[in-house]
Design a protein around this ligand. Structure first.
Ligand SMILES: Nc1ncnc2c1ncn2[C@@H]1O[C@H](COP(=O)(O)OP(=O)(O)OP(=O)(O)O)[C@@H](O)[C@H]1O
Length: 309
């Protein structure tokens, strides 16, 4: 197991930020860690990485007790907090990587090769000489991800990595992370508010609510439980009759005299590609966007189901 927590707890005076969490993640898995604001995600991650001491229970990351073996653990995991930087603000990006390579005691040539690979895949080459404070948010986050992966960790932990990023930057990062996992088999724990991230990057989802585990399963199972459907918004080349009866979908409605149509589908029972293929037999599609279910609504629904049970 790459991560194991048992009855993990963290109190801040009267607040139980994490309240008896138990779960295990096998090596090589990609897990989404979701929950509403203040649910306890960051607190969990801080305990998993040895930044914060649990007030109860236990955590093991890469088989190590995070707090006690913090240094050893730092060589085996990479962490990105979207809201906080691990880069030296006033130094050129390259200097942060040099410093990190020294901290991790990486072989010079190997670190150089790894940085070349990361800079290439993350489009960072032209920014290596730029001080971090002058980078755009998207560039900086890509820089943070490179910093977290420089030492080729077994486990990558990302806390809200795409927060505030535009659509294109998000997409770049998702493509990169998928590719890195395919190449290196890195385990991934991804705390996010973004259902698109969860859908694209993870196979299993843990939902935390008020510091407790509210759900553990696949996105398809979550969708089955709370109806977390994805919605395809189709802009057609010409107005068309309502797209009812498309296999695997539910027609939601049409606008602009049939030019824009919305179809919902459950992740797991269909895919965007399958919906598009079925629709293309009937109409010409000009443009398409996906609306992801809202995490807060998903968690609320889980909570309602839980209290009804
Ligand atoms: N250092 C602290 N002192 C006091 N309370 C804290 C501290 N850190 C977190 N909390 C409280 O613990 C709870 C969980 O916070 P946490 O940051 O883990 O949530 P989160 O799920 O990461 O939320 P977000 O998505 O907003 O980052 C919140 O009620 C928060 O106010």
């Amino acid at each position: 197991m790459i991560i194991e927590v048992e009855a993990l707890e963290r109190r801040f005076k009267a607040v139980k930020a994490v309240d008896g969490l138990t779960f295990a993640i096998p090596a090589g898995a990609a897990v989404g860690y979701i929950g509403a604001n203040g649910a306890g995600k960051s607190t969990t991650i801080k305990m998993l990485t040895g930044i914060l001491k649990p007030t109860g229970g236990r955590a093991r990351t890469c088989g190590l007790e995070p707090l006690r073996h913090r240094r050893q653990l730092a060589r085996r995991i990479g962490v990105v907090f979207g809201q906080r930087s691990q880069l030296w603000w006033d130094l050129p990006l390259r200097d942060s990587y040099r410093a990190l390579a020294a901290i991790h005691r990486l072989d010079r040539a190997a670190a150089g090769r790894r940085l070349d690979e990361l800079a290439d895949r993350l489009d960072l080459g032209e920014f290596l000489g730029t001080p971090v404070r002058q980078l755009s948010l998207g560039q900086r986050i890509r820089g943070e991800v490179a910093a977290a992966l420089l030492h080729s960790p077994e486990l990558l932990i990302l806390d809200e990595p795409t927060i505030g990023l535009d659509v294109l930057s998000k997409e770049r990062l998702r493509v990169f992370l998928t590719e890195q996992r395919e190449l290196h088999g890195t385990s991934l724990l991804l705390a996010t508010h973004d259902m698109g991230d969860v859908h694209r990057l993870t196979g299993r989802i843990l939902v935390v609510d008020h510091g407790r585990l509210a759900f553990d399963g696949t996105l398809a199972e979550l969708a089955g439980q709370v109806g977390a459907e994805r919605i395809v918004v189709l802009d057609l080349a010409e107005p068309a009759a309502d797209l009812t009866g498309v296999p695997g979908t539910r027609f939601i409605g049409a606008e602009a005299g049939g030019l824009r149509q919305r179809l919902a589908f459950a992740p797991g029972s269909s895919t965007v590609a399958a919906v598009l293929a079925a629709v293309a037999e009937r109409v010409q599609v000009h443009d398409l966007t996906i609306e992801e279910p809202d995490i807060e609504a998903v968690v609320r629904q889980l909570y309602l189901l839980g209290s009804a049970a």
